[in-house]
Design a protein around this ligand. Structure first.
Ligand code: SF4
Ligand code: ZN
Length: 399
């Protein structure tokens, strides 16, 4: 063998000095090759077994198909189609048990482009057709004016409008209040921004619903959201909110009812449904999302869930069973003296927050209701260079 000869096994140039050890070397390499060949054979076999599904569990329903997921809510191994069926049937059962809709109703689906509202719009359309609810559906979106977040998510809602053939109406904070969330954050910072955003959104949805003339609004609040709210209200000792936060439908005299068809639906299952259905949704977090308190409640629930899988539903049932003492003082609902929208105070929270923004006193509406009302009364009429609550609607037809 010369310096340019190649080793029989390794295809590398052999050195002349190696020549005398070749028989020993060859035996060793043969053994290694045989071991590798066996490994490749075993791996291929296992892959084939996996692909053919011979080892995969069968769907719990007995449909004969292989299971592809384990339901977080029940632990059942299900195939894709049986999971869709179970998910949709549970929502239908929730809707019928609570008698949420009446035939002929006009219903607005609050749509943000996120997973919950996208799945809700999809399921509402599906159930409306399958069970002939006889509903007329519309998507209602609120544009808070958050650059790089809401503008992108609204593009998703517009695609959903076209995909589902449901008309869409968009209302913006800028048109309603003269302020975008970008402007509000510039003035108030990132501490109380979600208070402004939450209060304005709630009223904006009511205004949009009133303009559309809908009979009710459905929102994508899921079981995890409701359990978090129960925990937060217990920790805050907020009896009024604790009493109503587990209600599937809210809305007192004069206001448009809001319903939560996903009240008993786990967030994880909504994500699975969206994933397996390949729904088009927007999954980026809001850029102004500190909301630390809810974040702690969520983390606490996740810890509980790791120990006890039914924690979320258990907390909702506990919230439903809580009775409020007769002696507990609960706020009575009336209307705001400024904007005429529903309020438990003489001036609604949205009007006080807006007054604070317009007067350059962003903290005016933050804190205890009684103090807030007092401050709002004292400073009413002081320089207020932006307009009172105004309403405007941009309607975008179904594509
Ligand atoms: Fe509004 Fe806060 Fe939600 Fe962002 S995280 S959309 S600021 S409520
Ligand atoms: Zn008001």
């Amino acid at each position: 063998m010369t310096a340019t000869d190649h080793c029989l096994f390794l295809s590398v140039p052999c050195q002349p000095s190696w020549f005398w050890i070749t028989p020993y070397y060859a035996v060793m390499l043969l053994a290694i090759n045989m071991a590798l060949a066996r490994l490749v054979y075993i791996t291929e076999r296992q892959t084939k077994v996996k692909l053919s599904g011979a080892m995969a569990p069968k769907c719990k329903t007995g449909c004969g198909k292989n299971a592809i997921l384990k339901r977080p809510k029940t632990g059942d191994a299900l195939c894709r189609e049986c999971f869709f069926w179970a998910f949709e049937t549970e929502v239908h059962n929730t809707v019928t048990a609570a008698r949420l809709f009446r035939r002929g109703q006009y219903v607005a689906v609050a749509a943000s482009g996120g997973k919950d509202s996208t799945v809700l719009a999809h399921v509402m359309k599906e159930l409306n057709q399958r069970y002939d609810y006889g509903l007329r559906l519309v998507l209602l979106s609120i544009d808070e004016g958050i650059t790089g977040y809401r503008d992108d998510s609204l593009e998703t809602v517009k695609r959903n409008r076209d995909q589902y053939g449901i008309p869409l109406t968009v209302l913006s904070y800028e048109d309603l209040y003269g302020w975008t969330m970008d402007d509000i954050v510039k003035q108030v910072g990132l501490r109380n921004n979600c208070t402004f955003c939450g209060v304005f959104r709630r009223q904006a949805l009511d205004r949009g619903a009133a303009q559309l003339g809908v009979d009710q609004i459905v929102t994508g609040h899921n079981a995890d959201d409701i359990a978090e709210t129960v925990v937060m209200n217990v920790l805050r000792g907020d009896i009024a909110r604790l009493q109503r936060c587990t209600a599937i439908s809210t809305g007192t005299e004069g206001s448009i009812p809001r319903s939560k068809p996903f009240k008993y639906t786990y967030e994880k299952e909504i994500v699975m449904y969206a994933y397996f259905k390949k729904l088009d949704y927007f999954s980026t977090e809001c850029i102004y999302s500190p909301n630390a308190y809810r974040g702690y409640a969520r983390a606490y629930l996740k810890d509980l869930e790791a120990i006890r899988a039914t924690s979320i539903i258990d907390i909702i049932h506990s919230g439903e069973s809580l009775a409020v003492r007769d002696a507990a003082r609960l706020p009575t609902q009336g209307t705001c003296s400024r904007c005429q929208y529903i309020s438990s105070q003489p001036v609604c929270k949205a009007c006080v927050l807006l007054q604070g923004l317009n007067q350059g006193r962003p903290r005016l509406g933050i804190g205890k209701s009684s103090k807030v009302q007092e401050r709002a009364r004292e400073t009413e009429g002081e320089s207020d260079d932006r307009s009172e609550v105004d309403s405007a609607t941009v309607t975008v037809g179904a594509g």
